[in-house]
Design a protein around this ligand. Structure first.
Ligand SMILES: Nc1nc2c(ncn2[C@@H]2O[C@H](COP(=O)(O)OP(=O)(O)O)[C@@H](O)[C@H]2O)c(=O)[nH]1
Ligand SMILES: [Mg+2]
Length: 220
């Protein structure tokens, strides 16, 4: 019996072989996208990191602070997706981080799949002065689980410089993160507090995930 596949005629045996090859190819591309790309013998990695969270939580500001060491108190709504590159050296690893930034509203539209696709690590950002942004963490985690599976992630409580306006204490953030088996940190994009540390921690989580994959593959 003949099967029609993408305009080509295959018999059943050929169809099965094609399916097997595509599956193999897809598995390896998924593993590649999860573990980062090892470019040479020297441990070089390219990571795609994305930031999710409610609008105005501080995603763009965290990225700007980390990449350009600057802060702008004006809120400029992020339109579409933008990219930033940052190099990071960790022990014996050279890491190029590509950080993708987008406005929250686009995440629910047609851009969402491209934004999530192939992400190696995620910052889930809330604003410690906004109960609403904290309450929405469930939604963001569910989105991530659906689109990225069990990707390394850190929940980040931002704007800790606004001490008088804080409504989410550090313990609440930590408890929530523990219950969801995710790391938690607090930052201020305004002062720069903890920003580099958070990115480093995320990079370490990604590398440790990549090492586990490599060890598992070596065993096969
Ligand atoms: N005080 C303070 N303001 C911040 C901080 N991070 C962001 N903002 C301000 O919050 C607003 C929204 O920030 P933005 O990065 O655009 O949020 P995004 O929508 O999540 O990308 C802007 O006016 C920022 O200047 C912070 O750590 N401290
Ligand atoms: Mg933004």
């Amino acid at each position: 019996m003949k099967h029609i596949s993408q305009g080509t005629l295959f018999d059943k045996k050929e169809t099965e072989k094609l399916k097997r090859d595509v599956r193999k190819m897809m598995t390896s591309s998924i593993i590649n996208s999860l573990v980062g790309r090892d470019v040479r013998k020297v441990r070089q990695f390219i990571f795609k990191i994305i930031a999710v969270g409610d609008g105005t939580a501080g995603k763009t500001s965290i990225i700007r602070r980390y990449v350009h060491e600057e802060f702008d108190s004006k809120y400029i709504k992020t339109i579409g997706v933008s990219h930033a590159l940052k190099r990071l050296c960790l022990n014996d690893a050279e890491i190029t981080i590509t950080i993708w930034d987008t406005g929250g509203q686009e995440l629910f539209d047609c851009i969402r799949p491209q934004y999530y696709r192939g992400a190696h690590g995620v910052l889930i950002v809330y604003d410690v002065t906004s109960q609403e942004s904290f309450d929405h963490l469930d939604k963001w985690i569910a989105e991530l689980d659906f689109n990225c599976g069990n990707v390394p992630k850190i929940i980040v409580g931002n704007k800790i410089d606004l001490t008088g306006e804080r409504v989410i204490p550090p313990e609440a953030g930590e408890k929530y993160a523990r219950q969801n088996f995710v790391s938690h940190s607090e930052t201020s994009a305004k002062t720069g507090e903890n920003i580099a540390e958070v990115m480093e921690e995320l990079a370490k989580l990604i590398i440790s995930r990549s090492n586990k994959f490599r060890a598992a593959r070596a065993k096969k």
